[in-house]
Design a protein around this ligand. Sequence first.
Ligand code: GDP
Length: 460
Amino acid sequence: MYYSTNSPDTIVALATASGKGAIAVVRLSGPEAINITNKIFHGKNLDQQSSHTLHFGTIRDNGRVLDEVVVSLFKAPHSYTKENVVEISCHGSDYIVEQIIRLTLQHGARLAQAGEFTKRAFLNGQLDLAQAEAVADLIASDSRLSHEVAMKQMRGGFSQEIKNLRAQLIHFASMIELELDFSEEDVEFADRSALQNLIYNIQKLIRDLLKSFEFGNVIKHGVPVVIVGKPNAGKSTLLNVLLNEEKAIVSDVAGTTRDFIEDEISIEGISFRFIDTAGLRETTDKVEAIGVERTLKKVEEASLVIYLFDIATTSSQELDQEIKALALDENTALLAVANKIDTVGSASLEAYHAIADTIAISASEKEGIETLKQNLLEKVRGNQLDTSDQTIVTNLRHYENLQQTYTALDDVLTGISSGISSDFLAADIRRALYALGQITGEITTDDLLDNIFSKFCIGK
Ligand code: GDP
């Protein structure tokens, strides 16, 4: 589907992060992008240059040289937005950037709204809606897996899956609509049991996608983990071992230095976020009596709980009581970790195992840490996910649309089995198609688009 943007405006914004950097990029998009740049750029006449070329020159404000720049030229429709696009690479000073933007405004550009470049890319058919959303996810990605999933979605992998589902439903709908055309004659073209099977198949595919969301969320936001246990169990020692070994790395805004994220580690591409570690990290020898209430609150926020205990002083009965006291809900994974194994030589874990999955470590001797990490990974992956070829839903909006599709299909099935007339079936199918079409943007409303793109930053 090809939309043309209602607004013929030419928009401008800083495309790189603000702040001092070697280079900053000011981007213009719209019918006048090249003409406006020509008025402030001294070098070649950009109008006469071919698309996808670079041009060195100066930006001048009434004859005063503001900066030496390189201009990249993309002529419609061969650009991100499918409009004329110019990217001015200047030196990364806030002052220069402000002045260049001011000059383009003077010559007829207007400031871009949040996400407006990507919105135009969508409206002009460059990307579908799910792909456009993946652009934001890709920019925000900070681990191998979050990058992998966003990249796959941006390149259309996820959209293809949704389009296949939609094509099957449209086939279904067309059979029903055919019946409606002949409704006077009371005929049934579509074999009801074949229809049922088709819906079952589609629902199975949707169930897999819905199920992937839990993991998708983990990929995108990391796994909230909490370490709990009695004072002196070794919680802070363990936390320090984990954090010192494998801190998650994130690059800072300007992309020049790399910082560690506090209290987060990355194991095989999945981020684990340790909750409320302040008390644990302050000191290793102070006995911390964290109130019961506070512990329970921490546990509530976590989706993975490490219950750490001193194997020399904790009986399996005690472990049982302690874990029961945590009152974990069914969505919270639990790993019991027997610490200080160095003080008891070898110990049997069988009795503990009967209560919860248990592994033995020595935090201070750094023994069993690798096993602990593998166990954490397994708890998260729940042994069913191979990310390489599975489509993973990471976006709440997509998840909700898929749920709506599923519910509508349930109604279709109920309708078929109770023998309702084809016009009611058709209405339920249209509802399913509507929800599905919103994911990739075959069906959109202004509100929906505003909602999605306003979450982008200006310049994207
Ligand atoms: P927390 O109160 O649970 O945070 O426990 P700490 O991490 O402060 O540890 C309490 C004490 O146990 C400290 O003296 C640690 O050095 C010691 N400790 C921690 N882990 C081990 C271990 O694996 N083996 C031994 N022998 N001592 C440990």
